[in-house]
Design a protein around this ligand. Structure first.
Ligand code: FA5
Length: 345
């Protein structure tokens, strides 16, 4: 029996060394210790033919071999499982030190960014921000702003008309100054309101004109307001927008809803007045219009011009935005070309 056991042990050791897969190891288990046809199981069955003395020794030896076989197979299976897990860990390894991938997110349009800056300045100066309507009646668009019947701005060549007749004809507003009337109808003086928004004119598109563009209007009405207040406010506004060294100048101009009226220029934010490409060598950039609210406009909203006075100023955002970002053409702002817009993120 001892010889037979030595032979079996050698056979098993060789077969165990040759097993390279989990299937091989499981097949070994069936072949050696399987309940029905296992080699050791078969050997156990032969023990009955031996004398009791021999049976005891041989039984113990066989059991020892069986234990060796089982633990040999278990060790091999454990090794395979550990190798499989190690390979999986390598395959699925995540390098946490790699830089993250940025998720593409949208950003605000350059006109919106500029509008927010301007709104912040108005708010810091005590103005309420209002969002006004883009479709107006002839009354709000022209008549209430003291624009005479024969003024070219009323012509269909200048304004986009929609429907209706006479004072209730609807058209797209051509300037944010329409907000003055709504603001003064809604609130009584003292009042300070600023309104940013889109305006529409039948202008032929070119590098500095679009049929739709943005303006911001500021309006202040109180007792004893003078041209000095308008100048002081505009100077402060411009300094907050372009920096403390920026200077302002007023050129007399005509707008039917103010008296007196003036165009506002400010010293170029690029060259600070020396002359450069941005300001076309003049040192100055046009900002917009301004003036003292016309007594007819105040009377139209039942504010007594003998007691109250006020000023208004308005500026266009598109040309300003183009100058600030170095664009040669304001139409770029509305082409929705992502390659262009991405530079503002
Ligand atoms: C006005 O619109 C007046 N409402 C300004 C005003 C307000 C005067 C309060 C007095 C009191 P003006 O027509 O000049 O003024 O236009 C103001 C600005 O709008 C211009 O300086 C310019 O920046 C811009 N603008 C005018 N037309 C266009 C256009 N077609 N495309 C782009 N921007 C334009």
């Amino acid at each position: 029996m001892t010889e037979r056991l030595t032979q079996l042990r050698a056979e098993f050791t060789a077969e165990l060394a040759a097993a390279v897969t989990e299937a091989d190891a499981n097949a070994l288990r069936d072949r050696w210790v399987g309940r029905k046809a296992g080699l050791i199981t078969a050997e156990m069955k032969t023990l009955g033919k031996l004398s009791p003395e021999e049976r005891k020794t041989a039984g113990a030896q066989l059991n020892e071999l069986k234990t060796e076989v089982e633990s040999g197979i278990d060790d091999l299976l454990n090794r395979f499982a550990a190798e499989r897990e190690a390979a999986q860990l390598i395959a699925e390894r995540i390098d946490v030190t790699l830089p993250g991938r940025r998720i593409a997110a949208g950003h605000l349009h350059p006109i919106t960014l500029l509008r927010h800056r301007i709104e912040d300045i108005f708010v810091s100066m005590g103005y309420a921000i209002e969002d006004d309507r883009e479709i107006e009646t002839t009354f709000y668009n022209f008549t209430s702003l003291n624009i005479p019947d024969n003024h070219p701005a009323r012509s269909p060549q200048d304004t986009f008309y929609l429907v209706g007749e006479n004072e209730s004809t609807l058209s797209l507003r051509s300037q944010t100054s329409t907000m003055q009337i709504h603001a003064m109808q809604k609130r009584r003086p003292p009042l300070r309101v600023a309104a940013p928004g889109r305006v529409f004119r039948r202008d032929t598109p070119d590098a500095t004109h679009n049929p739709m563009f943005y303006q911001v209007e500021g309006l202040l009405v109180d007792k004893g307001i003078t041209l000095g207040d308008l100048k002081g406010t505009v100077e402060e506004f411009v300094r907050r927008l372009f920096g403390p060294d920026t200077k302002t100048r007023f050129r007399p101009s005509y707008f039917p809803f103010v008296e007196p009226g003036a165009e506002i220029d400010y010293t170029c934010f690029k060259c600070h007045g020396d002359g450069c490409r941005v300001c076309k060598q003049s040192g100055w950039i046009e900002m917009g219009g301004s003036g003292m609210v016309h007594p007819n406009v105040l009377r139209g909203v039942n504010i007594d011009p003998e007691i109250y006075s006020g000023f208004a100023f308005g500026l266009g955002l598109d040309r300003l935005c183009a100058l600030m970002y170095g664009l040669d053409d304001i139409r770029l702002l509305y082409e929705n070309d992502v390659r262009f817009l991405e530079q503002f993120s």
